[in-house]
Design a binder for this molecule. Structure first.
Ligand code: ATP
Ligand code: MG
Length: 315
């Protein structure tokens, strides 16, 4: 078996979403899905589609929702040999509804589902022998103590020189800010790249603004990429920072853009691109990701990304 260069881990979910806006989840209505989902699964699937060897550690139930995820990984070439299919648990599910003001509301079935069973015994040292990159998110540190320990364990098994990226992806419903800071600290210390969304740098560092929070991490030696939705991103390194503009697209479904973006940034840096080039490449991946309904449905291939960049006359 070829061992993966890029590894991620966490909650495997299918997403079931309202077709119409402004339909709360305490009322009857129509849904679309299941769509393969989960923040780190979206990331790793995008890495594979962009052409890097990718592996995922997590758990599925032995049911059709689990097969939906497995089929997607198989189609796109994500290795799941270190993952588990649990006969006594159902596959994790997220229900989501969108509102006209742009907000969204989730109901997660994950902690008691297969998704919540990840623990350090899943993390085999041999699996990390060829690893060049590990991607972790705050959400998976918060779900259970054993999932968090599994993530910490993975960092210990990385070979010398392997890089770690961290997307805070904080869900304030799950834990308090103080608890989240404590859980994230070991990963932030080890991380080479941190990819916060709005308010996360502020929350995690205690700084008065995102900008100040990002500067603090950059001063500590991290590459920091602040994701800014349709405005693109801002990259901080050392005491410098610069904006990277986005690509104009029609947004159909914003869920998963951040994860696809992080995958683009990883692949670009592994390819040896400069930070401005990597920001541009990741912006293109994020832009294409929002053009289709479903969190993973818009994830582009490398060729689609290059075509978008070329069409802009840049890159
Ligand atoms: P999520 O957590 O829902 O996946 P996020 O908040 O982590 O999202 P966003 O900032 O929403 O991440 O999106 C990530 C990246 O995707 C942006 O930095 C940008 O490059 C691209 N992107 C997102 N939305 C758009 C859009 N409407 N038009 C163009 N590019 C977009
Ligand atoms: Mg995010």
């Amino acid at each position: 078996m070829k061992l993966p260069e890029v590894i991620s881990m966490g909650t495997l979910l299918v997403e079931v979403m309202r077709i119409n806006r402004d339909e709360p989840l305490d009322q009857s209505g129509t849904f679309a899905g299941p769509f393969p989902s989960g923040d780190t699964p979206i990331y790793i699937d995008a890495v594979a589609r962009l052409g890097r060897s990718a592996g995922f550690i997590g758990a599925l139930g032995q049911d059709d929702f689990g097969r939906c995820l497995l089929n997607r990984f198989a189609r796109d070439g994500v290795d799941f040999s270190c993952g588990k299919i649990l006969p006594d648990h159902t596959t994790g599910v997220a229900f989501v509804t969108y509102f006209s003001d742009g907000s969204r509301k989730f109901i997660y079935h994950w902690r008691h589902a297969a998704a919540g069973q990840l623990n350090p015994t899943y993390v085999q040292p041999e699996y990390f022998k060829e690893a060049k990159w590990l991607h972790l998110t705050g959400c998976n540190l918060a779900i259970t103590a054993s999932a968090r320990d599994a993530c910490y364990q993975a960092m210990r098994y990385l070979p010398p020189g392997a890089r770690v990226s961290f997307d805070p992806n904080i869900r304030p419903e799950v834990l308090t800010v103080e608890e989240v800071r404590e859980l994230c600290r070991p990963v932030i210390e080890r991380a080479d790249v941190i990819l916060p969304s709005k308010t996360e740098a502020m929350m995690l560092t205690g700084a008065a603004s995102d900008e100040e929070g990002c500067r603090r991490w950059a001063a500590a030696g991290k590459v920091v990429v602040l994701k800014q939705g349709e405005q693109g991103c801002r990259i901080f390194q050392g005491d410098a920072d610069f904006e990277v503009s986005s690509f104009p697209v029609t947004e159909v479904d914003p869920t998963g853009a951040g994860d696809a973006f992080s995958a683009g940034f990883t692949v670009a840096l592994l390819d040896g691109l400069s930070l401005p080039e990597a920001g541009r490449f990741a912006n293109a991946v994020g832009a294409l990701a929002v053009t289709k309904l479903g969190p993973m449905e818009g994830t582009p291939t490398r060729q689609e990304v290059l075509d978008l960049i070329k069409g802009e006359g840049v890159g």
